[in-house]
Design a protein around this ligand. Structure first.
Ligand code: BLA
Length: 297
């Protein structure tokens, strides 16, 4: 039996989120295990104690639903859960990234837009306008987490939940219900989505998803933690072949091709997270979901 203290610190677990997500998604579609599942099933941390768990599936409209959850021996809990649509669909990318230690929770929950929601009004109307009230509700309960880079903002939607909070059971209840509501909303969008047949529009979707994967595979703030847990080589493999699977297959453009401002004189990628250097300290959308922040370039 585990000692009482261990039970107490493990009372928060993101497994519950993953279980809900899989059960709920199965009400809408058939989930077939992805080939990645077998390959990444037995991940283990170098400390011999931290647990890493992965899940990965696909369906007729979903190219990849994948989840990585981590339970550290020191109370660290991580969830990186995403759903990537197939290229025939311009659906948003479902994104839940939660990083928890005994001191702090860092949370991003969003339906990340595949296309620009500031300039492309039709895209915003198609997927977000009806969800603005939901975003406002949770935006108040889980307030803006403070300075965020313009680069990240470009990948966020008007309903993004970006928040930070110290350990709090009440906030975790809220976070769980936000996760439930956002996932249900995404699944309804998926139900309604019909596949694109125009080859050029499929290409545009494909490229947008590839750009997203390229960004996150290079710049995601979680990489450092993963490196510490499983070592440089395994971390790279998890990032490229599991979390952001498709980055080497869906397109041939490289990070510098999409984000040339990061190119150093010697051709390597600048290690800074932000080149634009702007930060958004408060929610840059108004209650109608209109962008009211500084320009993102
Ligand atoms: C911090 N994670 C952050 C921050 C954001 C995100 C915005 C705040 C720091 C910043 O502004 O860069 C998440 N950023 C995102 C997401 C997108 C984005 C989802 O641009 C999507 C486009 N986080 C994880 C995982 C781990 C993790 C799997 O998702 C660990 C394995 C850790 N995130 C983590 C840590 C920090 C963080 C440790 C704080 C440290 C830091 O900022 O470097």
């Amino acid at each position: 039996m585990r000692p009482a203290m261990a039970e107490a610190t493990s009372s928060l677990t993101y497994q519950k989120y993953v279980q809900f997500a899989l059960e709920e998604t199965r009400k809408h579609t058939h989930l077939a295990p992805s080939a990645l599942q077998e390959r990444f099933r037995s991940l283990s941390a170098m400390d011999g104690r931290t647990q890493l768990q992965v899940q990965s599936f696909e369906s007729p409209k979903i190219r990849l639903l994948r989840s990585l959850s981590i339970e550290g021996s020191d109370g660290m809990q991580v969830l990186d859960f995403a759903i990537f649509p197939r290229a025939e669909f311009d659906l948003p990318i479902f994104c839940a990234n939660f990083f928890t230690t005994s001191a702090i929770n860092i949370v991003v929950l969003d339906l990340n837009p595949l296309h620009d929601v500031i300039s492309q009004h039709d895209y915003k109307k198609k997927y977000y306008t009806h969800l603005i009230p939901l975003g406002l509700k949770y935006g108040e309960l889980l307030p803006w987490g403070g300075r965020i880079t313009a680069e990240s903002m470009k990948f966020f939607s008007p309903i993004v939940i970006w928040t930070k909070f110290p350990a709090s059971e009440q906030k975790h209840h809220l976070l769980y219900s936000a996760f439930v509501d956002y996932l249900k909303s995404w699944l309804e969008l998926m139900d309604r989505a019909s596949g694109e047949t125009d080859a050029s529009r499929i290409m545009v979707n494909l490229e947008a998803q590839h750009k997203y994967l390229t960004w996150r595979a290079e710049k995601d703030p979680g990489h450092q933690v993963l490196r510490k847990l499983v070592g440089e080589t395994h971390a790279k493999e998890i990032i490229k072949s599991f979390l952001f699977s498709g980055v080497d297959e869906l397109g041939s453009r490289k990070f510098i091709d999409y984000f040339p401002e990061y190119k150093c004189d010697d051709g390597t990628v600048n290690q800074k997270r932000s080149m634009i250097g702007k930060s958004f300290q408060s929610r840059p959308w108004d209650t109608q979901g209109e962008f009211i922040g500084d320009s993102l370039s």
